[in-house]
Design a protein around this ligand. Structure first.
Ligand code: E4P
Length: 219
């Protein structure tokens, strides 16, 4: 499973991308608003840092303006993926942009039926929102499981990749990988949490203490 980082904070992306584990980035209007910075400046900087797919979301609600916004966003860099909401107009814009060779990520997906429509419209990615379903008492990972199972039945005709989104903790990431999601987009804090284990820290402390006691050096 690939890992994307779910943020518009360029410094966070720079720090995490240095580890080599960041395959792409997802942003949304809320994440961009949080930075307090101009959208196009933020996107240009992110696309320079990460060669993988960088999702940038439209803010129009009618198909025609979504397509125009999508084309403008796609001009930023070849790795931009245009993020569109899972509405009737979002699907039309997805279909039109994909036909022009602009990749799309259909977002705010909350049901397997919606995911199937995104796939039929030709989306490159569909983003089921796990945490927001959990928040309302539903089983967010059940949605990921359903979409992965459905898409597997049609490997030849469905190329849309399942991007598990609205990830809130480490267990979500592990479960998404176990279920076979293609990608999980993960907030920076959760990505850092994936790295940590107390036995790693303890083990390293002991190795270093034992090594110091020998009085030797490698360099
Ligand atoms: C996905 O691309 C979205 O940016 C994101 O995962 C939303 O997550 P949230 O529910 O934590 O806002």
């Amino acid at each position: 499973m690939q890992l994307f980082v779910d943020t518009a904070d360029v410094e966070e992306i720079r720090e995490l991308a240095g580890t080599g584990v960041v395959d792409g980035v997802t942003t949304n209007p809320t994440l961009v608003a949080k930075t307090g910075r101009p959208l196009f400046q933020v996107l240009e900087e992110i696309c320079r840092l990460v060669p993988g797919p960088v999702s940038a979301e439209v803010t129009a609600t009618d198909a025609g303006t979504m397509v125009a916004e999508g084309r403008r966003l796609a001009e930023v860099a070849p790795n931009i993926v245009v993020k569109l909401p899972l509405t009737r107009d979002g699907l039309e814009a997805c279909h039109r942009l994909e036909k022009e060779g602009i990749r799309t990520n259909v977002t705010l997906c909350f049901s397997p039926a919606q995911a199937l429509l995104a796939a039929r419209a030709g989306a490159s990615y569909v983003s089921p929102f796990v945490g927001r379903l959990d928040d309302v008492g539903e089983e967010g990972m059940g949605l990921v499981a359903d979409i992965v199972a459905i898409f597997r039945n049609y490997r030849e005709s469905i190329r849309t990749r399942v991007l598990a989104a609205s990830i809130r903790h480490v267990a979500h990431v592990i479960e998404a990988a176990r279920l076979g999601a293609d990608i999980a987009t993960v907030p920076p804090a959760v990505l850092r949490q994936l790295l940590r284990h107390p036995l790693t820290d303890l083990g390293l402390e002991r190795f270093l203490a034992d090594w110091r006691a020998t009085g030797q050096r490698i360099l």
